[in-house]
Design a protein around this ligand. Structure first.
Ligand code: ZN
Length: 444
């Protein structure tokens, strides 16, 4: 018997958590935050600790696993985290300890997790680091494997749960990048092997399934950056804002800056945290960033150097979604000594995540930056999620018995259902619409 319980991440994007029950033994995949609610929540209550889990559940910030825990909590054998994005990992310090089982993930993701646990005073967790490609036995009936995939954060993996019915693959999140600028291509060979052995079910990231075509490689983003930075060289300071966890993108920005003889400074606490995790997990070599100054928290001192050396610096910083406490937001509000003007260029190597809060925050930030006269460039970015044709190839490659699109709500999930029809899947029999707080028993 395989039963899949959707605890979060199916009805809307974020707050991912799934329970997969195999003959009475349960594996949980991911424990994430609803990022929009989290931003709201953090503005109101400054200091959070592990004791706030009830409050966070009530506020819709983390998955509500209370009923599930009552019913099946003691059957949970492992919690497996596929990658280090906060909508997949942030709730671990608040929810995981009560299950009294190990949390399994890669070295890099475990470093991010360690930072989160320290931030929220959560210490009672056993973290097991699993190398991509190796298989960990959980019980006589279940083994876990993490298969390398590409996305927008290093060490992204598909979680494979080996069972007597075949593998269950939890594929959140993924894209097919054949020209990654950091790390390897997806492990297609292993996916093909798994397919030959027989796959019971695939739960797949549908965030961009409604976009036609293929999602572009990170190397395309690097070329875009090179073009835009070259065109911005006349500016006194070039500010580039991007996702703190997107280490490949940050590396690309550093390399392009170096090519054009700009020294790099990196601002923002979360930038510092992710880069430190990446260096200590050997995802990037410390030497990759030889002239980079990570200046948190001595911001004003560093900005004085930037200000006094026009044409010499490129600044990488937080704030691409207009977040209230980010570097860019504070810079635009003139909280620092540096005064923006038409001599400065600001490049958004990101896209606005389309939620009402982000759209409002970003709109406000853009207005402020424009009022200061700065030259803006937006969308120097490629998505970290698979597009429609990638999904076609993914289904064709794996041909699981059951196909379950996840992420993004009914609109995106429906696109997944109709795509799967092209390959003979039948709604309710072999392809399934699963929404939050619903469970699905697979016909094996
Ligand atoms: Zn992700």
């Amino acid at each position: 018997m395989i039963k899949i319980e959707a605890l979060g991440g199916y009805s809307k994007i974020g707050k991912n958590m799934t329970a997969i029950n195999v003959d009475g033994e349960v594996i949980i995949t991911d424990m994430g935050a609803d990022m929009e609610r989290l931003v709201d929540f953090q503005e109101d209550s400054k200091v959070l600790t592990v004791k706030d889990s009830e409050k966070l559940i009530e506020g819709g910030v983390i998955p509500d696993d209370r009923e599930f825990f009552e019913k099946e909590g003691m059957k949970v054998k492992a919690i497996v985290i596929g990658h280090g994005h906060l909508d997949h990992i942030w709730a671990v310090p608040f929810l995981a300890a009560k299950y009294k089982c190990p949390v399994i993930t890669t070295l890099f993701t475990s470093k991010i997790l360690a930072h989160l646990m320290a931030d929220y005073n959560s210490f009672n967790l056993k973290i097991v680091r699993l190398v991509e490609g190796s298989v960990l036995k959980i019980s006589d009936n279940i083994s876990i494997e993490l298969v390398h995939i590409t996305h927008s954060i290093p060490s992204s993996t598909l979680v494979v749960i080996h069972t007597q019915y075949g593998a269950v693959i939890y594929a959140n999140d993924w894209k097919f990048d054949n020209y990654p600028t950091l790390g390897k291509k997806p492990n297609y060979e292993r996916l093909e092997e798994l397919s030959k052995k027989g796959i019971a079910a695939v739960i797949s990231d549908s965030t961009r399934i409604d976009f036609d075509g293929y999602s572009f490689s990170e190397s395309v983003a690097k070329t875009m950056l090179e073009d835009v930075i070259r065109k911005s060289l006349k500016h006194k300071t070039i500010f580039v804002t991007t996702f703190s966890s997107h280490i490949a993108r940050i590396k690309n920005i550093v390399e392009v800056a170096r090519r054009f003889d700009r020294q790099v400074m990196i601002f923002g606490r979360s930038m510092d945290l992710y880069l430190e995790s990446a260096v200590s997990a050997n995802v990037v070599d410390r030497k990759t960033f030889p002239k980079v100054q990570r200046v948190f928290p001595l911001v004003n001192k560093a900005l004085k150097v930037v200000n006094e050396n026009p044409g010499k610096y490129l600044v990488i910083c937080t704030g691409h979604q207009g977040e209230p406490n980010s570097f860019l937001k504070r810079l635009s509000a003139e909280e620092y000594s540096y005064r923006l003007s038409s001599e400065d260029a600001i490049i958004f190597s990101s896209e606005t995540i389309p939620t009402p809060v982000n759209i409002a925050n970003k709109g406000m930030l853009k207005k402020e930056l424009s009022e200061r006269g700065a030259y803006l460039v937006e969308n120097v970015h490629v998505s970290g999620h698979a597009y429609k044709n990638d999904h076609r190839n993914f289904i064709k490659m794996l041909m699981p018995k059951h196909y379950i699109p996840s992420h993004g709500g009914i609109d995106k999930i429906s696109v997944g259902i109709s795509l799967s029809k092209e390959f003979g899947y039948e709604l309710g029999k072999t392809s399934h619409i699963l929404l939050d707080n619903q469970e699905l028993e697979l016909n094996l």
